[in-house]
Design a protein around this ligand. Structure first.
Ligand SMILES: NC(=O)c1ccc[n+]([C@@H]2O[C@H](COP(=O)([O-])OP(=O)(O)OC[C@H]3O[C@@H](n4cnc5c(N)ncnc54)[C@H](OP(=O)(O)O)[C@@H]3O)[C@@H](O)[C@H]2O)c1
Length: 250
């Protein structure tokens, strides 16, 4: 069985993986709501989808840290799209502090966008999907959430939290026929990774979006690494003693 998505909200659709997921969903005939802060970047993705002549897209400027606005926005977007069967949470930032730099304001902003924003968006959608006993919630976590990383501490903390949140959500609503999909990509070639020096096994954004959507279409609430070979890396990282992991420059 392969799920066909017809009405989707993609949060974080103005660039990178979210934008490409939106393009690929539209190419498959889906109506997509594109969410992000930058109106010009959203409009560019919307226009590309319109020009491709398949599916459709509407753009909505929104900062995911405006948590209180989300329930009404979900209702309004669902009406505009004509339904909702998929929520993709792809919004995120990654800040790499310099050696010796400690900045709570930046760490907090990262947790707010990567974790609290995801909780704010998935909560009303989970309630809606549970009542209907159908729907898919897809969250972009990361291999970075497997351990506390010295190179991006707040980012790895936010992704560990997001992975746990999505697992908890899955454990609550999979029994009601709702799929909760956690994807944990390794390095993907997007604006987010431009400033990362070493990017082993990096894949294109097109490949990443295609693998992510394949996992979602399979249904069954999977938690998967993108591409799957990162699973082995994750196993090694997870079982590495802290005193050894600490010495690695990752
Ligand atoms: N690239 C990788 O190697 C990689 C690996 C693992 C996981 N991921 C995850 O995949 C997701 C997408 O990353 P990407 O590589 O595609 O990065 P990207 O190109 O920088 O895209 C990030 C998206 O998040 C949106 N966003 C950030 N803060 C937001 C806010 N406060 N409110 C609303 N939207 C916000 C951005 O839109 P605006 O700027 O317009 O607001 C943009 O659309 C992220 O969650 C990232 O952690 C990426």
């Amino acid at each position: 069985m392969s799920l066909a998505f017809r009405h989707a909200i993609v949060v974080g659709a103005s660039s990178g993986i979210g934008a490409e997921i939106a393009r690929q969903l539209a190419a498959d005939g889906c109506a997509v709501a594109l969410i992000g802060r930058r109106a010009d970047a959203l409009e560019k993705v919307r226009a590309e989808i319109a020009a491709a002549g398949r599916g459709s897209a509407l753009a909505q400027v929104h900062d995911v840290r405006d948590y209180d606005a989300v329930p009404a926005l979900v209702e309004r977007l669902e009406k505009s799209l004509g339904g909702l069967d998929l929520l993709v949470y792809a919004a995120g930032t990654m800040y790499l502090p310099a050696e010796g730099e400690y900045d709570f304001a930046r760490d907090r902003a990262e947790l707010e966008a990567n974790l609290l924003g995801a909780m704010a968006w998935t909560t009303p959608v989970a309630a809606m999907f549970e009542a209907r006993r159908a729907g898919t919630i897809l969250g972009l976590s990361s291999i970075a959430g497997e351990r506390g990383r010295r190179t991006f501490p707040a980012y790895s903390t936010s992704k560990a939290g997001l992975t746990t949140w999505l697992e908890a959500l899955r454990n609550r609503i999979a029994r009601h026929g709702v799929n909760v999909v956690t994807v944990k990509p390794g390095f993907v070639d997007t604006p987010m990774t431009t400033h990362v020096e070493r990017k082993p096994m990096m894949i294109s954004v097109q490949k990443a979006a295609s693998l992510i959507l394949s996992a979602a279409r399979r249904g069954g609430s999977p938690s998967v690494f993108i591409p799957s070979r990162w699973w082995l890396v994750a196993m090694v990282l997870r079982h590495m003693p802290s005193r050894i992991f600490r010495r690695l420059d990752i």
